[in-house]
Design a protein around this ligand. Structure first.
Ligand SMILES: NC(=O)c1ccc[n+]([C@@H]2O[C@H](COP(=O)([O-])OP(=O)(O)OC[C@H]3O[C@@H](n4cnc5c(N)ncnc54)[C@H](O)[C@@H]3O)[C@@H](O)[C@H]2O)c1
Length: 190
């Protein structure tokens, strides 16, 4: 978001329901007044609110980052992960599809839905001390093998996004999946 706001003339509409996971330190302040920045306190499980936001802001692209992402909490709060990472992805995909179908041909062709995923959907790599020779790495062809409730729910959301490519009338919608490597993000934060 900061890159888009500082380095481009695009507008950004930030939707966040401000869960307990919301980090005011790393987020753009909700009350920032900037001609290119709009904040909407919206739960993306709320289809009616999503319709309103789509109609009001008429976006050219959606970046789906919202998630329940703290693995430790998935042990005693599994329901939040199912609701947030799976049901919210479905709701956002459906709201996006509805909006996308209303666009003219040119905007339809240019529209993008970026789904932000995680390398954890591939499971676990061995510790370097356990490996003799070259450390195996994940690649785009590594089979899914989630090993936590978090990674299982993110894998489910990946599959939903991929399945939406085959929903009638949506086959032209571009749905790239970006898998972030956890260690990289963690080191950026420190
Ligand atoms: N941080 C990492 O190391 C890492 C690594 C791999 C992948 N990812 C992925 O990147 C994305 C962002 O991760 P993060 O670490 O910034 O997460 P985060 O938990 O810091 O932020 C997620 C945000 O989503 C919001 N949110 C959750 N449910 C919502 C809902 N229903 N409606 C609206 N907003 C909602 C929360 O309030 C929070 O501000 C996630 O999809 C995550 O799975 C993160």
């Amino acid at each position: 978001m900061r890159y888009l706001l500082n380095e481009s003339d695009h507008s950004v509409v930030n939707l966040d329901k401000l869960t307990s996971a919301w980090n005011p330190g790393s987020s753009i302040p909700a009350n920032l007044h900037n001609g290119n920045y709009f904040f909407e306190q919206v739960n993306i499980c709320d289809a009616a609110e999503l319709d309103r936001v789509f109609q009001q802001h008429q976006p050219d692209a959606v970046m789906h980052l919202a998630a329940e992402s703290h693995v430790d909490r998935s042990i005693d709060g599994l329901g939040d992960f199912i609701q947030t990472n799976i049901v919210e992805t479905y709701t956002l995909l459906e709201a996006t599809r509805k909006y996308w179908l209303s666009l003219g041909a040119e905007k339809k062709a240019a529209f993008r839905f970026h789904h932000i995923s995680t390398d954890e959907v591939y499971g676990d790599l061995p510790h370097p001390d356990e490996v003799e020779g070259t450390l195996p790495l994940f690649t785009e062809t590594t089979p899914y093998s989630p090993s936590s409730s978090y990674s299982a729910s993110k894998a489910s959301s990946d599959h939903l996004v991929l399945a939406w490519l085959y929903v009638p009338m949506v086959y032209l919608l571009s749905l790239p999946i970006v898998r972030i490597i956890a260690a990289l993000i963690t080191s950026q934060r420190n």
